[in-house]
Design a binder for this molecule. Structure first.
Ligand SMILES: [Zn+2]
Length: 254
């Protein structure tokens, strides 16, 4: 057995928020199983599944309060109540951004042992932002590659930027200034995009690097909407990454 080509996990636990209407659970499960040869367990709503006293408050403490600073504060009772309603009753989110580092730390504490050891991924509608030391403001993220990994469908829409001319155009001309359709919240292309980000989380676990610098490879680190369409929606794994995944898959199923 070639040890270097063995998957570092034997199962994938996938939690999908049930308020996401653009992806079909069965399609995602079959896609991941087909690509990895690893069994995938799908569940709904991670936070509802792991619900316990005090969770809503902890979640509210991860809210971004200032887009230029990593400063947090004690949430108001009303904010805690709102988080509870979002978790337990699927209440619609109202533009809240959560700090990615704090959020995954909270999620990690809720994982059981096997979810920590294997590969756990959440697909959520929550908007997640991170502010790194070399950045002046929070950036909305499409995916956070950590344990667990988190993919934000709202982040796929709002994170990667549209061309500059879009932001400068008059409101009623915005639709006409672009020669392509950027991702929308109810986009039928969302499932394809999510599949690409799922593969990024897999490559992060396999190689410590989720990205590829080749345009057209679905692991490309897209910063613009046009790149998301080209790489995550229409792209596939490049030959090199296809080979790597193949090697892992074959070794694993021997
Ligand atoms: Zn590649």
């Amino acid at each position: 057995m070639n040890f270097s080509a063995e998957f570092p996990f034997s199962k994938i636990f996938l939690y999908i928020d049930s308020n996401i209407e653009t992806i079909e659970h069965q399609n995602i499960k079959s896609f991941l199983e087909e690509r990895t040869g690893v069994e995938v367990y799908v569940k709904n709503d991670f936070l509802r599944d792991k619900y316990r006293d005090g969770l809503a408050k902890k979640l509210a403490k991860t809210k971004v309060r200032n887009k230029r600073k990593r400063k947090f504060k004690e949430p108001l009772p009303k904010e805690i109540e709102l988080e509870n309603e979002i978790i337990l009753e699927n209440k619609e989110l109202l533009g809240i951004i959560y700090d990615g580092h704090r959020l995954v730390k909270l999620y990690r504490k809720l994982l059981d042992q096997k979810e920590k050891r294997d590969h756990t991924i959440m697909i959520t509608k929550r908007l997640i932002g991170t502010l790194e030391k070399n950045e002046s403001r929070y950036h909305i993220r499409t995916v956070i590659n950590t344990i667990p990994s988190v993919i934000s469908v709202s982040g796929i829409v709002e994170g990667p930027a549209k061309p500059r001319k879009y932001y400068f155009a008059d409101e009623n001309e915005k639709e006409n200034v672009l020669d392509f359709g950027p991702m929308q919240h109810s986009d039928e292309r969302m499932e394809s995009a999510v599949k690409s980000y799922l593969l990024q989380t897999i490559f992060w676990r396999l190689e410590g690097d989720p990205f590829c610098d080749k345009q057209g490879c679905c692991l490309y680190n897209s910063h613009w909407q046009k790149e998301v369409i080209r790489n995550q929606v229409d792209g596939e794994l490049c030959e090199e990454h296809e080979e790597i995944l193949d090697k892992f898959k074959k070794e694993d199923s021997v």
